[in-house]
Design a protein around this ligand. Structure first.
Ligand SMILES: [Zn+2]
Ligand SMILES: [Zn+2]
Length: 378
């Protein structure tokens, strides 16, 4: 085969999704492969509980043998990502909560190490009114303890960019940079701390990604402030809410207020060649055009991943993605929730009816008891 002038690998090089671990963590590995993905994000424990029963030896064995089966074991690109529990707040001024958070984060790091997961994404946390600098100091102090406890662990902590609502840290690139610097000053372990950039989050935080030019400008700012080489993971999500809204509402790729154009610069950025690009887009069998999937109904919960992955591949190749039309009438009655319609002014060309998977990802798992229901991370 003739080699191409640049990179013969198809773009995006490491495309993945956050997949459910219901029925066993190893099943997510096979699901990723079936979807043609080359990266994967999971929760290694119930993300909404403090309690973490130890990993069963059989689960670890199954996970490892599944990785070997699909060719993901051993050295190679860092394809595996874990998302830490939402309960963790390393910035908390409350000592009891802070210590509990350090304990749970220790468990998260240890589990990743046991499972050979190279990247652990977590939200920086909330300073709860004490101010940005106090919050950063608190996280740095937490990391001093964490890295002492988990000396020798190979997993890299990725500080996730957030929408920056309320007292939550991480809504500005400068805050992420200062936080990483503070952790390095406290621990001396720069190789263990990186960033995760979520397109939905930074867009909602005010880094407008709705055009190719504005997305390039945002990437330029990111490069200047944080350094693209420290971005080890990306979350590729479109946004239901407009740029600057500070609302965290994930949307299918190309169908939100970002739109297809905004993803191009991220997908084609050479500095991200080795960084897993994880979709945390809504799941579920909403108004899916059944003609576009060969999947049986029991597989519909991940059918959207197939569609969103196709859209990303098309955008990466410089093509216009085929966006599946949704039915005019949703199959589920709309819940009496607050309206989530994006501002109409932001994208005049956008189909107004497109609200696929509305509320599914953020609400469907919240009321379950077993915690096994797939839930897309925020
Ligand atoms: Zn994310
Ligand atoms: Zn989110």
């Amino acid at each position: 085969m003739r080699s191409t002038p640049h990179d013969a690998q198809p773009l995006p090089r490491l495309l993945g999704s956050h997949l459910s671990v219901a029925g066993g963590m190893h099943l997510a590995v096979h699901e990723a492969q079936r979807l043609g993905l080359t990266a994967l994000q999971v929760f290694t424990k119930n993300q909404q509980q403090w309690a973490a029963p130890p990993l069963a030896e059989t689960a670890v064995d199954q996970w490892r043998s599944s990785l070997a089966q699909v060719g993901w074991a051993g050295p190679g690109p860092c394809r595996l990502v874990s998302h830490a529990s939402y309960l963790i707040n390393l910035a908390s001024p409350d000592d009891a909560l802070w210590r509990k958070s350090i304990d749970l984060m220790t468990v998260e790091i240890e589990r990743c190490d046991t499972l050979g997961i190279g990247l652990l994404v977590h939200h920086p946390g909330s300073h709860m009114g004490t101010g940005v600098n106090a919050g950063i100091d608190r996280i740095a102090a937490a990391y001093r303890e964490l890295f002492k406890r988990t000396a020798g662990a190979r997993v890299i902590s990725c500080l996730e960019a957030t929408v920056g609502s309320g007292n939550h840290l991480g809504g500005k690139f400068e805050e992420l940079r200062d936080l990483r610097q503070a952790i390095i000053a406290a621990t001396g372990k720069g190789e263990r701390v990186a960033f995760c950039i979520d397109t939905c989050h930074i867009h909602a935080a005010g880094y407008d990604l709705s055009t190719e030019a504005s997305a390039r400008a945002a990437l330029g700012q990111l490069a200047q402030v944080c350094g693209l080489e420290h971005v080890r993971c990306l979350h590729l999500n479109d946004s239901k809410a407009p740029a600057g809204s500070r609302r965290d509402l994930h949307e299918h790729i190309g169908r939100g207020t970002i739109g297809p154009a905004g993803f191009g610069p991220f997908l084609r950025e050479p500095a991200f060649a080795g960084a897993p690009m994880i979709m945390e887009t809504p799941k579920g069998p909403p108004e899916l055009d059944k003609a576009r999937t060969s999947l049986p109904p029991e597989k519909w919960p991940v059918a959207w991943d197939q569609i969103n992955a196709d859209a990303l591949r098309a955008i990466a190749a410089g093509e216009t993605p085929t966006l599946v039309q949704t039915a005019a009438t949703p199959t589920k009655p709309a819940k009496p929730a607050k309206p989530t319609k994006p501002a109409k002014a932001a994208k005049a060309a956008k189909p107004a009816k497109a609200q696929p998977g509305k509320t599914m990802a953020r609400r469907s798992g919240a009321s379950t008891t077993a915690g096994k229901t797939p839930r897309t991370p925020a």
